[in-house]
Design a protein around this ligand. Structure first.
Ligand SMILES: Nc1ncnc2c1ncn2[C@@H]1O[C@H](COP(=O)(O)OP(=O)(O)OP(=O)(O)O)[C@@H](O)[C@H]1O
Ligand SMILES: [Mg+2]
Length: 391
């Protein structure tokens, strides 16, 4: 199949529903976004944040209250779904139970001007692509959940759409199959180099599959970026909290890092454009923490207070009980110690009373600590990220 990937552009898309009692529900609020051809972009966010509504406006199943949708530069806002060259894969596979698998897949071509031979050839190729060759004459009821979702995917692909839309396609499958299918979907999408929008509220699914992630909250885009950016440089407390697990440490910003210091200079050399290395007091220790260029101004307005994002894997145990290392940044009391084989998870109550979650990978290499122990903690400065307080 030839690549005909198209860009998708959403320009100030807004959707207002009239709910019960004539109440207005703003499901999508001024959503603007550009998706590059061939990219897989995920809409991620809590239930009710407007993911499905926004996706349906791209597909044409929902008319925007205001704003426009462009596919491949063409304004499709007033076109019906079948004239947009999009195809949608749903959570419920929506297969026809009385048709064979082959007929289900060919169904997408019924209104297209395609000869019988070409139809057969296309179905054959797509069945091969989704790994279901030989299943053509089965009934959907004779397939597993994962296989049925593959048929649904094949049915969407057979029309060679320019944009593929997914609305939580894997949420009916068990955890293991879900992981397998997301790899499969990603493989097929890359192989065909087709632009895709993928709705999910599963953050690990989003991280594993996406070129870019759009984090939504209350109908608005909170942040848009690569999986790495939204994880390690979240723009708000909401994003930090929603993507992965997180500790928030109170910090006081004292100024920009002194780059004549060798260590600071090396850390600063890693920073991307728009980022600055600051000195931040955390538990009275002077640490180097990355944040937005504008952080000092924003934080300055609120007496220099910042919130430091520290992922559970961004701190290590630095000694315990009588032998706490002088390298420790803070001490705490272990209140939770759970062994998972690949990692050990600790709950540690720090000075000041907040509970910190620490994950120690490969616990086989160190002596495990127990509830009641006092532990030293050392933060990995290069992994910390400062937010203005209140964001
Ligand atoms: N047809 C409708 N009429 C009225 N309100 C609606 C309608 N469809 C959606 N909404 C409301 O719009 C908001 C966004 O809904 P949407 O289905 O887009 O959320 P979502 O992010 O897909 O959530 P979920 O993860 O639960 O699927 C919700 O408050 C929802 O109740
Ligand atoms: Mg939804």
């Amino acid at each position: 199949m030839e690549s005909n990937a198209k860009s998708v552009r959403l320009d100030s898309l807004t959707k207002v529903f009239i709910g019960p009692g004539n109440q207005q529900v703003v499901a999508a609020d001024n959503v603007s976004l550009t998706i590059n051809p061939g990219d897989l972009v995920t809409f991620l966010g809590p239930s009710g944040c407007g993911k499905t509504t926004t996706l349906r406006m791209v597909a044409g199943f929902e008319n925007p209250t205001s704003g426009r949708v462009f596919i491949g530069g063409r304004d499709v806002t007033s076109l019906p779904p079948n004239e947009r060259d999009t195809a949608m894969v749903f959570q419920s596979y929506a297969l026809f139970p009385h048709m064979t698998v082959g007929e289900n897949v060919a169904y997408g071509l019924r209104f297209r001007n395609v000869s019988k031979e070409e139809k057969e050839e296309r179905v054959r190729r797509i069945m091969e692509l989704v790994g279901l060759s030989g299943f053509e004459s089965r009934q959907p009821g004779q397939l597993s959940g994962g296989q049925q979702q593959r048929v649904a995917l094949a049915r969407s692909l057979v029309v060679e759409p320019q944009v593929l839309l997914f609305d939580e396609p894997l949420s009916n499958l068990d955890a293991k199959l879900r992981e397998q299918m997301r790899e499969e979907i990603r493989r097929i999408q890359t192989e065909l180099s087709i632009t895709a929008i993928y709705v999910t509220h599963d953050q690990s699914e989003a991280m594993a599959m996406s070129d870019r992630i759009v984090v939504m909250n209350h109908g608005r885009i909170e942040q848009e970026g690569t999986p790495r950016e939204v994880y390690s440089e979240p723009g708000s407390k909401f994003v930090a909290d929603f993507i992965g697990r997180v500790n928030f440490l109170p910090g006081k910003l004292t100024g920009e890092a002194d780059l004549s210091d060798e260590r600071a200079a090396e850390m600063a050399s890693w920073l991307e454009a728009g980022r600055t290395l600051y000195e931040v007091l955390i538990f009275d220790r002077r640490l180097l923490v990355e944040g937005q260029d504008s952080l000092a101004q924003v934080a300055g307005a609120t007496s220099g207070r910042v919130l430091v994002v520290c992922r559970p894997e961004a701190a290590t145990i630095a000694g315990a009980n009588e032998s706490i290392s002088p390298d420790a940044h803070v001490t705490g009391r272990i209140v939770k110690a759970m062994y998972f084989g690949s990692h050990m998870e600790y709950g540690i109550v720090l000075e000041g009373g907040s509970e910190f979650t620490l994950i120690d990978f490969n616990p086989a290499k160190s002596q495990p600590l127990s509830v009641g122990d006092t532990a030293g903690l050392r933060f990995d400065e290069a992994s910390l990220h400062a937010l203005p307080e209140g964001r």
